[in-house]
Design a protein around this ligand. Structure first.
Ligand code: HEC
Length: 320
């Protein structure tokens, strides 16, 4: 019936089913559960076992078995036994250890301190920088709202509009052109007349290499080029009153020292005489028309001095 001579049939791993035929030809199926070591089908592949072991170890937080450790497996057997034994437990073992958070009772005042709003981390640098910012802020306040009027107000406007500030700095600190600040302008031009002549002529008329500063200047300078002549170059030319205004501005505003005070008095006197018309009157008495006489290219310090003379006389008279 069963049509098969007998022998073992394996239905599933781990058990052996024996199909046999007796003398009468009846088929009988017997099964035993004996596990055979040589059985090739029941064998679970080595790498799967290893992976399973590792997984279990990882989940339970225990160190995997020594054979799962790659470093010992790779190492050559000879002479390395102690090293292999001392090999550190892989990170896998220590990393996933569950953290035990102990509930330590907290004193009420500690709890209150923890709940209180903390100082933000940036407060310390902010507090440290505060005096510096304060000083800078005060600095900007001192310079900007000067509220200059008259000649000096005109000079202040011209200093920006004519581009002087672009080359010499908004605060007279210098740039492409030299600095005026901290009394420097009074050293390069010990006389205001020399400075007015220089601004009217500029680098090209004075000529490269020639000294342009006052003859008794403690810091004589030679023309290197780059300063426009404002009395001679049509594009940005100024009239003589404007040149006087911007010159007075440069000599009185940028921390000028003692020389600045002297020029401030001159500026005030000139301004007063401009408003009353006394300046033009005084010049007319001497037969001078400053606008006619102003020819930037051959302007001399003596001519400029004669223009300023009425104001100097008035100052001298006031001083007694
Ligand atoms: C394009 C740049 C530039 C502009 C704009 C400019 N200057 Fe100058 N200025 C210079 C240079 C450069 C020098 C140095 C001259 C040289 O080496 O030839 C100079 C020198 C001077 C000096 C002599 C200062 C010293 O200590 O030697 C005075 C004063 C001066 N300029 C006033 C003015 C005034 C006033 C204005 C605006 C009406 C003005 N400058 C506009 C570039 C400029």
């Amino acid at each position: 019936m069963c049509g098969w001579a007998g022998g073992e049939v394996r239905f599933y791993a781990g058990s052996t089913n024996t199909l046999s035929r007796d003398a009468a030809g009846t088929c009988a199926l017997s099964r035993d559960h004996e596990h055979s070591d040589e059985d090739p089908v029941t064998e679970i592949p080595e790498h799967l076992l290893k992976r399973s072991k590792e997984r279990k170890a990882a989940l339970s937080g225990e160190a995997p078995a020594a054979d799962a450790e790659p470093s010992t497996a790779v190492e050559p057997a000879a002479g390395t036994a102690p090293a292999a034994a001392a090999a550190p437990v892989p990170d896998v073992a220590s990393a996933p250890e569950p953290e035990v958070i102990e509930a330590v009772p907290v004193a009420p005042y500690v709890e209150a301190a923890n709940k209180r709003k903390k100082m933000p981390f940036w407060i310390v640098p902010v507090l440290l920088c505060l005096p510096v910012w304060g000083a800078m802020y005060v600095g900007t306040l001192e310079r900007v709202p000067q509220g200059l009027t008259g000649l000096l107000g005109e000079g202040e406007e011209l200093y920006v509009e004519s581009g002087c500030s672009g080359c010499h700095g908004a605060e007279g600190g210098g740039g492409i052109g030299p600095a005026f600040a901290d009394g420097e302008i009074h050293e390069t031009f010990t006389s205001i007349e020399d400075q007015i002549v220089w601004i009217a002529k500029g680098s090209s008329i004075v000529g490269t290499g020639n000294t342009y500063t006052s003859s008794d200047s403690p810091r004589p300078r030679q023309v290197g080029g780059g300063m426009p002549g404002y009395g001679t170059e049509a594009a940005n030319s100024l009239d003589i009153e404007q040149i006087i205004a911007v010159t007075l501005y440069e000599r009185t505003q940028f921390e000028p020292g003692e020389g600045g005070e002297r020029d401030l008095l001159l500026a005030e006197q000139l301004n007063l005489m401009l408003e009353t018309g006394e300046w033009a009157e005084a010049l007319a008495v001497d037969g001078i028309d400053i606008h006619d006489e102003f020819a930037g290219a051959d302007l001399t310090a003596e001519t400029v001095a004669s223009w300023l003379q009425p104001a100097r006389d008035a100052l001298a008279a006031a001083e007694g």
